[in-house]
Design a protein around this ligand. Structure first.
Ligand SMILES: [Zn+2]
Length: 573
């Protein structure tokens, strides 16, 4: 049995994510995980909240909360919304866990043993009134590039340029507003990525099968030349710079940089999962997914993320892993996505621009969003969300094609065949054509799903639903029943089996609807099994005589008044 480890980029802790975050990491990873489970693979799908760093501290301060309590509440909120979107994590962990603390400190220790860590003196902004250094977002001021007046120490939100806190003109403390600042020396740890550049490039070279987007970002960074990277900060919230309980001398009160510990959480979250599962040997349980010398050599590891995270996963995190010289599992397939934009611009968490996951579910059920975001996945290029396109995907694909088919065939079976799967009759030429078309489409869909090609998979699935409607239109059981009830029964049996097939194939994409269809046709156990390659076999799963019923209306169409109201509420159009 294949073993597949899947991780999606860790959502940052400060608040519910927007649809762009969902489209480019968690949703595609979930679809892939559901598909591989149905294929019979042993799947472990891991995600977690990324909880350290200055944005969490600042958001907690703004909310008047202790940062740990803030993270507790935000983690619970994100876990709840993920569940309501049907994201089937095997574990949704937290980067602030003891497991991550220990592993992060372990990696820093072995990197240092391998001569890849160096202490350096940095010049950092110190706020005399606050009595603290002001790393990253703790300092704000005027952008030296565009003159924007509220640029943050790590980045200008106006021109997008990355900044160093000391670049800012007229800086002030984001904590107190104080301008009583000075530049002071402070010691920090650096990972010597320059020494690992050749090794990282050789490792990237081994992955010619990665998508173009992933490879181009990886090589861009490698070609520009890696720089040694500071991995500690003058902050209180984070993983302490310590080893085996003892703080590093001179680093008391400092923590590892959030980007150092966050990807290590993929491994640590697997420890959390194994511990929570409470088996006989949790240590062995998680290590068989991650240690090549303890069983992970047959694991296929798939990472899913937006393009802004690719450099960290093709350069920085590999520097940690490869630099450790320990036999850790590295990623086999790194699937990356472009941006899902909100009309002409970007979704923005800080600016509350666009639709957020909690708001989305107040408007419509999860499957409507899941389908739209998959059928319009930002794979080849950036994609813009529009209400019109969203309504088209829901009305044309879900309501007219899938919903209409399931509704017609189950209603007809309910009224004309006493709610039972009809018996008798033999497949004719029309059915043989259907088997052939379906078998070909099924092969395409399966290959596209294996290749994590979201848009193509959605197109193939929609085409398969379409075959159902075409078949019913041609076979016309409502006419045939008047002259040849046996033949009509055969058609209805085929149609009901098609509905079951659609539920099975649609389950990774729109799990809630698939469950409704399967339940109405008494076929729930089949949802967990991807159909065999031969469509004739897949269309013979319902036992003649078994009871069925018509499900409630599966999809409600979106009308113009709703679009107008939502455009008003959320902007756009
Ligand atoms: Zn700027």
């Amino acid at each position: 049995m294949a073993r597949i480890l899947i991780t999606s980029a860790l959502p940052y802790i400060n608040g519910i994510k927007h649809l762009g975050n969902l489209a480019g990491s968690m949703l595609p990873a979930d679809i892939y995980a559901r598909f591989q489970r149905a294929r019979g693979a042993e799947v472990l799908y891991i995600c977690a909240t990324d909880e350290h760093g200055t944005p969490a501290e600042l958001a907690a301060a703004a909310a008047g909360q202790d940062v740990a309590a803030y993270c507790d509440a935000q983690h619970a909120a994100q876990r709840d919304i993920a569940e309501r979107f049907g994201l089937s994590f095997d574990w949704f962990g937290r980067s602030s866990s003891p497991e991550n603390r220990e592993l992060t400190q372990h990696f820093a220790h072995v990197l240092e043993q391998n001569g890849l860590i160096e202490e350096r003196v940095d010049r950092m902004i110190y706020a005399i009134d606050d009595g603290r250094f002001l790393p990253d977002r703790y300092v704000e001021g005027v952008c030296p590039h565009c003159g924007f007046e509220k640029a943050r120490g790590d980045q200008c939100d106006n021109c997008g340029r990355l900044l160093d806190p000391t670049d800012l003109i007229a800086p002030y403390s984001a904590v107190s507003g104080s301008r009583n600042l000075e530049v002071r020396d402070t010691r920090h740890l650096y990972v010597l990525q320059t020494r690992l550049a050749d090794q990282i490039r050789a490792w990237v070279d081994q992955h010619a099968d990665w998508p173009m987007l992933t490879r181009s970002i990886a090589y861009k960074h490698l070609d520009e030349g890696l720089i040694d990277r500071g991995i500690t900060r003058d902050l209180a919230w984070g993983v302490p710079v310590a080893y085996q309980g003892v703080a590093r001398p001179g680093f008391e009160g400092k923590v590892f940089y959030v980007w150092f510990d966050a990807p290590i959480e993929y491994i640590a979250a697997t420890c959390e999962w194994a511990t929570a599962k409470g088996g006989a040997n949790p240590e062995r349980e998680w290590r068989r997914w991650w240690r090549l010398d303890e069983g992970a050599d047959d694991v296929r590891y798939v990472q899913v993320m937006g393009k802004d995270n690719v450099a960290f996963h093709t350069v920085s995190f590999p520097a940690t892993i490869l630099g450790s010289a320990e036999p850790w599992k590295t990623v086999d397939m790194l699937k990356s996505f472009n941006w899902l934009n909100w009309y002409g611009g970007k979704f923005s968490t800080s600016g509350r621009r666009g639709v957020f996951m909690d708001q989305a579910l107040e408007l419509l059920p999860a499957d409507y969003w899941r389908w739209y975001l998959t059928a319009n996945a930002p794979e080849g290029s950036d994609t813009a969300f529009t209400w019109d396109q969203f309504a088209t995907a829901v009305n044309k694909d879900l309501a007219d094609v899938l919903g209409n088919f399931v509704n017609r065939i189950t209603k007809f079976a309910e009224t004309r065949f006493e709610g039972r799967v009809p018996d008798g009759g033999e497949p004719g030429p029309l059915e043989q054509t259907l088997y052939g078309d379906l078998t070909a489409r099924l092969a395409d869909l399966t290959a596209q799903m294996e290749g994590l090609e979201l848009r193509k998979s959605a197109q193939s699935l929609r085409a398969i639903w379409g075959l159902g409607n075409e078949y019913l239109a041609e076979a016309a059981p409502w006419t045939v029943i008047k002259t040849d009830p046996v033949r009509a029964g055969m058609i209805v049996r085929t149609g009901l089996n098609l509905a079951v097939l659609f539920a099975r194939l649609s389950h990774p994409f729109i799990p809630f609807t698939a469950e409704k269809i399967a339940e109405a046709l008494m076929a729930q156990p089949l949802l967990g099994a991807w159909p065999a390659a031969d469509a004739a076999e897949a269309l013979g799963v319902l036992a003649p005589g078994s009871p069925i019923r018509a499900p409630e209306v599966l999809f409600k169409k979106i009308d113009d008044a709703q679009i107008a109201a939502w455009a008003e509420q959320f902007g756009g159009a």
